[in-house]
Design a protein around this ligand. Sequence first.
Ligand SMILES: C[S@@+](CC[C@H](N)C(=O)[O-])C[C@H]1O[C@@H](n2cnc3c(N)ncnc32)[C@H](O)[C@@H]1O
Length: 277
Amino acid sequence: MLKRALENVLTIDEIRQLYGSFDLIGDIAVIKIPDSLLDKKFIIAKAIMDNIKTVKTVLRQVTPVSGDYRTRELEHILGERKTLTLYKEYGCIFKVDLAKVYFSPRLSTERIRIAKIVKSGEVVANMFAGIGSFSILIAKYQPNSIVYSIDINPNAYDLMLENIKLNKVYDRVIPFLGDAKAIIENSLKGFCDRVLMPLPEKAIDYIDAALLALKSKGVIHYYTHVHASKDEDPIEKAASEIDKKLKLNYKILDARIVREVGPRWNQVVLDLLINKN
Ligand SMILES: C[S@@+](CC[C@H](N)C(=O)[O-])C[C@H]1O[C@@H](n2cnc3c(N)ncnc32)[C@H](O)[C@@H]1O
């Protein structure tokens, strides 16, 4: 899509530099532009808007995601001055404010994978829920499940409330605002069949809280970032990281590379079947 949009305004080499740096979220395009192409940012934005008719706004990602809320700085380049949009995924609709919360359309395959493996009657905790995308997809695909959906960012929490209403899952997605560890300790000890940890930066520090949330047996979806050189296997590295940490019976049900997050950096998910007995 990006290639077609830029063919007439950039060289092949310049287009290549932009590869993998473009996201379409509802009617907003977000693009990372390397310094060498910054003087062409308006031409690039115009080409995107001219070729992808659904795009109403082009934003440039200025900084990487950072901080507890995992937000990023964005610069408006062209089109409507807004950061709020509606994004559709697998029959769900999500209101997202790209300036105030974390959101990535690149996790959509992983979100639907998880939604499809949740079983009838399960109680799930999503420790780092953002605007509620994993939680709501689970509730839609497995209507006989309950998802406790936690986020510490008040803006993400407010959007999660709106998204729960928009998708009519108020009886199945229970929102919490606050620190996942504190909420589990206070309200969810031993409650859950499944725990999602979609925040690689904190997963290892929060695994004890995830274990606390589980019933005597259950599944943890553990997300981590792994750097692997050419002759290293990112999945093996992630498995070794968790093996050093877990001091109880567990089995890896599934292990996957979710996506590349940088040169030689991968986001890996381990589906861990835990037996506390
Ligand atoms: C990478 S985002 C996950 C987004 C979401 N799972 C999705 O697919 O859109 C991580 C989220 O964790 C939240 N967060 C960070 N620290 C937290 C904590 N201690 N307890 C609960 N949520 C936290 C951030 O506000 C952010 O929304």
